[in-house]
Structures are given as C-alpha cells and as structure tokens.
Design a protein around this ligand. Structure first.
Ligand code: HEM
Length: 294
C-alpha cells in the first residue's frame, strides 16, 4: 500500500493530469471558435487542434486512468469499496467513449478536409458537421469532469455494504496483465503504423511508361488498396481508386490524387489525419507505374 508521502505525490500527479486534460479540451474549444480564417489559417488552427488532441488530451487521459488505477490498487480506496470511486470509474469510462467516439473522428475529419483544401466561405457539409460536433461534445466532457471533481470533494453515497471485495492480489495480477497487454499491443500497432508512414515513395521515370491504364496494388493490415493510373504521352492524366477502405478517413486520403497529377509523381505530401492510407495509395500508384515499365 502507498504511504502518506506516496499518496500525496499520487494526488499531485493525478491533479496535474486532470488539469492538463481539462486545459487541452478547453484550448480546442477556443481555437475551434476562431472566426474569419481563410483556408490556410483554418488548416493551421485545425492542425493545432489535431496536435493538442493527439498529445495533450491523449496522454493526459492515459495519465488520469493510470493514476486512478494506482489509487484503486495501491490505496485503501480500492476499486469497488466506495460508491464515489465506482462513480468516478463510470464517469471516466463515459469520458473515454465521448472523447474517442465523437471528438477524435471529428477532429481528424476537420484537419484532413482543410488539408485537402476548400473555399473557407463555403465549407463542405461534412466539414460543418465535424466543426459543429466539437462544442457540445467538449461541453459534456467538461461537465462530466466537474461532476467527478465534485464527487471527489463531497464523496457521496459512502462505503458499499459489500459481502465480497476483490482480493488485492487478484486486482494486481488482473491490472498487471491488462497493462502489459495494453502497452504491448499499442507499441506493436505504433511500430507497424510507423513502418508504413515512413515508407519511401519513388518517382518512376514516366518517359519509360507506355500509354494506357496501369493497375497497382499495395496490401496493408489485411486490405489491398488498388488504383488505376492513366498515362498518355509520358504524363499521368488521371488516377482512379479501384479499391479503398469504406470510411471517411480512407476517402480523405484520396485527396493525394490532385497532388500526384500536379507533381506528375506519386511522391507527394499525404493528407494530415489520413497519413497511412495516403501512403498506401501513393505506393499503389508507384507500383502501377513501375509495373508498366517492366
Ligand atoms: C480513473 C478513475 C479515477 C479514480 C479511481 C480516482 C480516484 C481518486 C482518489 C482515490 C482520489 C484521492 C482522494 C483523497 O485521498 O483525497 C482522487 C483525487 C482527485 N480526483 Fe480522481 N479518480 C479518477 C479519475 C478522476 C477524474 C477523471 C477526475 C476529474 C475529472 C478526477 C478528479 C480528482 C480530483 C480533482 C482529486 C483531488 C481532490 C482533492 O484533492 O480533494 N479523478 N481521485
């Protein structure tokens, strides 16, 4: 069990993570309400929101859950002994779902669409939907957080009259297994993703590519991305997406096509928020062109 000093430090670290989580959400709210921005300024604003979400909100959230877990395993408060602790876990899970099911995808949608580009005075309808999702979701998230702070201060509902409290050894081993699995899978997923994001994209010599429509595919995470590239007179005239995942995120990545045609090369900047799929489509274009040369 944690001693007095340890509990004091835990409380400080717990509060720091909560403060930065609230600060991150509030900053996103403020930036999202900036008005009169042109498309490039809008992209910078959304890119800041995207980074605040990926760094501040994400890591603070993991910090809150980790310190909450330490409270439940290494202090007398336990996991299911007190109703207010159960209330805090319930609130934290609700917060997690809210942030990751609604806020995350809306932020990715906003940054990807502004990266692709549109006339900021006539934003596409899906952009407006994403934009209008942020305020209510963050308002509810902050409301949940203030409720959890109030629950912590007033500690209502007292101690549970329970016949059975999970033995600490069991909680420890379950937590340990959960943490090892969670961290292991996250690290594996991260390196797999990074290997694709850092993938080199070549610039095939178009003068060697015969006229016609050339197909190319790339497999990633069990899916085969396929494109058809139209070449005429050593110029890329068009790129058609034959197979792509059926999601908004994957469709954002198709924003690389005008860039490939403009640069006459598959080696272009990917779409922010859809980097991995962008790379897969670029590699498929490169494969199509290289395949036609052979
Ligand atoms: C993940 C689940 C969580 C658990 C198990 C948990 C548990 C605890 C415990 C046991 C304390 C210390 C009480 C004490 O000894 O004084 C505490 C303090 C605190 N918690 Fe949490 N917490 C969790 C999540 C959260 C969240 C999400 C928030 C805010 C949104 C929050 C806000 C606070 C605050 C502000 C304090 C300091 C209160 C004070 O100093 O009086 N906690 N928490």
């Amino acid at each position: 069990m944690l001693e007095k000093t340890g509990r004091r430090w835990l409380r400080v670290i717990h509060i720091i993570f909560i403060a930065s989580l609230m600060g991150g959400l509030a900053s996103i709210l403020v930036i999202n309400h900036l008005i009169g921005l042109d498309t490039s300024q809008l992209f910078i604003a959304n890119y800041s929101i995207y980074n605040i979400f990926n760094i501040v909100v994400t890591y603070s959230f993991f910090g809150v859950i980790t310190t909450g877990l330490v409270y439940s395993v290494f202090t007398h408060w336990g996991l299911t002994k007190y109703w207010w602790i159960i209330g805090k876990w319930t609130g934290t899970v609700a917060l997690f779902l809210l942030v990751w099911i609604w806020l995350g995808p809306s932020i990715i949608g906003m940054v990807a669409l502004t990266d692709i580009g549109f006339n900021s005075s006539q934003p596409p309808p899906n952009y407006t939907n994403y934009h209008n999702t942020l305020t209510p979701v963050i308002a509810v998230a902050l409301l949940i957080m203030f409720t959890l702070i109030a629950i912590t201060i007033f500690r209502p509902w007292g101690q549970r009259d329970q016949k059975y409290e999970m033995r600490r050894g069991l909680v420890l081993s379950l937590t340990g297994i959960g943490v090892v699995l969670g961290v292991g899978l996250t690290v594996m997923g991260h390196y797999d993703l990074e290997s694709y994001r850092q993938m080199e994209i070549g610039s095939p010599d178009l003068s060697q590519v015969p006229d016609g429509i050339h197909r190319g595919s790339v497999s990633y995470s069990g899916f085969e991305y396929t494109v058809a590239v139209k070449v005429n007179g050593a110029r890329i005239e068009g790129v058609g997406v034959v197979k792509n995942r059926d999601s908004d995120y994957a469709r954002f990545a198709e924003g690389i096509i005008p860039r490939v045609i403009a640069k006459q090369s598959p080696d272009v900047n990917g779409i922010t928020g859809a980097t991995t799929t962008s790379k897969c489509l670029m590699k498929a274009v490169e494969t199509a062109l290289e395949g036609a040369i052979k």
